[in-house]
Design a binder for this molecule. Sequence first.
Ligand code: SF4
Ligand code: SF4
Length: 435
Amino acid sequence: MSTENTNRLKSLDALPHIDSGYNDLHYRKEQDLRYKKALKKLLTGKNEELFSELQMRPDLLDSLEMKSVFILCQLILGKEVKERQVFPFMRNEFISDSISKTIVDLYKKIYMQVDLPEGTKEAFNAINLYSIKEVLPALVVYFTDLILVEKLEQFYDQAFKVLEDKEFYEKLTEDDLKTERVRHLALYYRRKGDEAKADEVLLQYRELYLPDMTKPVKLKKMPNTKFYPPGEVLDNLGELYQEIKDIQAEVCEISGVNNDSCMYFECSDCCHKDYPILYYSEYKYLVQKMEEDGMDIEAAKADARKIQAEHKAKYGFELPVVNKHRPTKEDCNPYDFKFSCPLLADNGGCGVHQIRPMMCRAYGLSSSDSRNVQACNYYLRQHQYNSNSENIRYVYDVRPYVAMIEASDQHQTEQDFGEKQKLCGTFVAWLSSDY
Ligand code: SF4
Ligand code: SF4
């Protein structure tokens, strides 16, 4: 072996050992298993057993999740959570923040989704996470958020007391967390129905908080709860529209956005140039309701025919009702022809506000792809300036409604025309058609 080679080997030996990844993976699996076992004990009421085990083996508290389970276990048992149990070596505010988030997430899951055994349930419901705010100060922000967003009304008074404690928030390490006090205070007032106070506080928030445009926006979807089989959607379309309205109102309330922005800004801009497309079931529902309510559908049809004549004169054809899966606006209005919706009332507002279709409702803090928010600038700017430090924006998801209406269309067209179709078009196309 040459000298050169020996040196080379020596230098290779000196390199740190490179882990194949197996040990780390193995450790994580064990860690996960331990956490699941501990969580099971907590959820089945074996808290005394869990407490003794974890008190004897602090080495098992090797993840945020295990620490969270241990803290909740102690709170269920009414024990005092000590700082050294959470930070055995030294405090670390970054870790404190992460543990706070993890505890509140776990608390939320258990609170909302788990049916705890008798005894444990009462003890769990009596937990006051604010009681550990001296050990984990950032927890105040996440717990207050949970209380106000999920409407845990039994904690409203405690939340308000904490929100009034400006000095406590001033001690938080992150400026963004300090300003959350003001945003939450505004939401608290809204939840209590004091709109004037909420607006006043929101103005303060906008002075304190400058949105960070460089941070990616995280969309949080508010879930829908109503589902109907295809044959029942048409009869329950009003219920679905009502649910969309309720979710939108909730999204606006949480986000500090004016739910009546269109009226507040006296705007009907999108009804003059951004054409919602509607599905067969929705058109059927609209006509049925307009007739029931004695509305002048013939005037709207006459308007639609005039618009069609203009379109035909310009492009040689009329705006179509298309039979296509997931048609786009371009399919329904290929030349982006500008017209005012034939259902606009003389006062400039929507003439069918209560029964307007889904796409008109969806234009305001909804999402159909989990990435983009469907809304105009009036909504988006408010959304942006009332956002929080994590750039979380609440939206509602229109996809479950689209899926239900599409399924309904298949059912309705089969009944009405003997074959399944996917019909979609602008108001003008529908109102001037023979459908
Ligand atoms: S959604 Fe926006 S653009 Fe459309 S009418 Fe309302 S405020 Fe105006
Ligand atoms: S139905 Fe109403 S909300 Fe929808 S585009 Fe027409 S006027 Fe506007």
